[in-house]
Ligand binder design. Structure first.
Ligand code: AMP
Ligand code: TRP
Length: 330
């Protein structure tokens, strides 16, 4: 009965990569037995950069189908779409009132995204991390499984919880992150200094969860490594290190074993095996995804059920917040 709570969210913008999978989504289903788990498709975060409405709508179904195809069970987890639960926008507004502009200005994701184009310079992008804090704090979350790139946003959520609690009395749990050491940051296949990102203009720099076998094998083959001809796991060989991490995550094998296995081989042998390994691991997920996507009615029923559960939980917190800040209760 006294299970701890995990919460996480994925934006329905763009196709999901194996970075999203290994850094976040793969862990979601693993956590659902031990924790009270809540997973959202955060469409309100997506509109902080320009979206084509019909695409956004389609991708919302797609992320839900991928959640389910990777093993999330609506009987065990609360799975919902953020815009279906208005408490998120409502708490965001209250948290905005205790958020410092200076701190939001220092968020690296904001700096990156706002510098990319004028069109991106909107107020929602600026308060994006505050909405994320609202997502997390509404559910009295203990742990947030995310990739490394969300660490700073999570710090902000903690700061806001602590600030609110000390200003108005204890209201929110202060959440901790759950970032995977080896897979918290999967790197770009073409430039292992950068993270793998679905918004990269070069499609060879990432592998999508829905890429077919030939595409995956080809992309891995072309991944940048080094010319040392020494199969080793080291920071000096970042490209190879990234591929070994991916191999380990998909096979469950230790890095040490992998290095021993391929020590005397050409990199190309390892790459060939890795491509096939990834494709085979993703195949059952892709099959299940295809089945789910052909049944929109079922996906909508999951959304409805999830929204009801999430509304109930989130309003418990929101009511307390409204009372504490001095809003009249009727
Ligand atoms: P997003 O697609 O930005 O909503 O991200 C969904 C989740 O995937 C978040 O928890 C991110 O931190 C995680 N993520 C995104 N890119 C990567 C990556 N290259 N490596 C590991 N995790 C990632
Ligand atoms: N900002 C996260 C990302 O881009 C998505 C997100 C929104 C999230 N709200 C969240 C993740 C709450 C964890 C918890 O990846």
């Amino acid at each position: 009965m006294n299970k701890k709570t995990v919460f996480s969210g994925v934006q329905p913008s763009g196709n999901l990569t194996i970075g999203n999978y290994l850094g976040a989504i793969k862990n979601f289903s693993r956590l659902q037995d031990e924790y009270n788990s809540i997973y959202s498709i955060v469409d309100m975060h997506s509109i902080t950069v320009p979206q084509v409405p019909s695409e956004l709508r389609k991708r919302t179904y797609e992320v839900l189908a991928l959640y389910l195809a990777t093993g999330l069970d609506p009987e065990k987890s609360t799975i919902f779409v953020q815009s279906h639960v208005s408490a998120h926008a409502e708490l965001c507004w209250v948290l905005n009132s205790i958020s410092y502009m200076g701190q939001l200005n220092r968020m690296t994701q904001y700096k990156d995204k706002s510098s990319k184009s004028e069109e991106n310079l909107n107020a929602a992008l600026f308060t994006y991390p505050v909405l994320m804090a609202a997502d997390i704090l509404l559910y009295q979350t203990d742990f947030v499984p995310v990739g490394e790139d969300q660490r700073q946003h999570l710090e902000l959520a903690r700061d806001l919880a602590i600030r609110f609690n000390s200003k108005y009395s204890d209201t929110f749990k202060v959440p901790d992150n759950l970032i995977q050491k080896e897979t918290g940051k999967i790197y770009n296949l073409k430039n292992p200094e950068l993270k793998m990102s679905k918004s990269d203009p070069d499609a060879n720099s990432y592998i999508l969860m829905l890429d077919d076998k030939d595409t995956i094998v080809r992309k891995v083959k072309r991944a940048v490594t080094d010319s040392l001809a020494n199969f080793n796991y080291s920071k000096e060989q970042k490209g190879l290190q990234n591929l070994i991490n991916i191999y380990s995550a998909f096979s469950g094998e230790d890095v040490k074993n992998i290095v021993n296995k391929y020590r005397n081989e050409n990199y190309s042998v390892f790459k060939e095996d890795l491509g096939i390994l990834i494709a085979e691991a993703l195949k059952p997920i892709q099959n299940e995804y295809d089945k789910l996507m052909s049944d929109k009615g079922y996906l909508e029923s999951i959304m409805k059920e999830g929204a009801e559960k999430a509304r109930y939980l989130s309003y418990k917190t929101l009511r307390k917040v409204y009372k504490k800040v001095g809003f009249v209760q009727i």
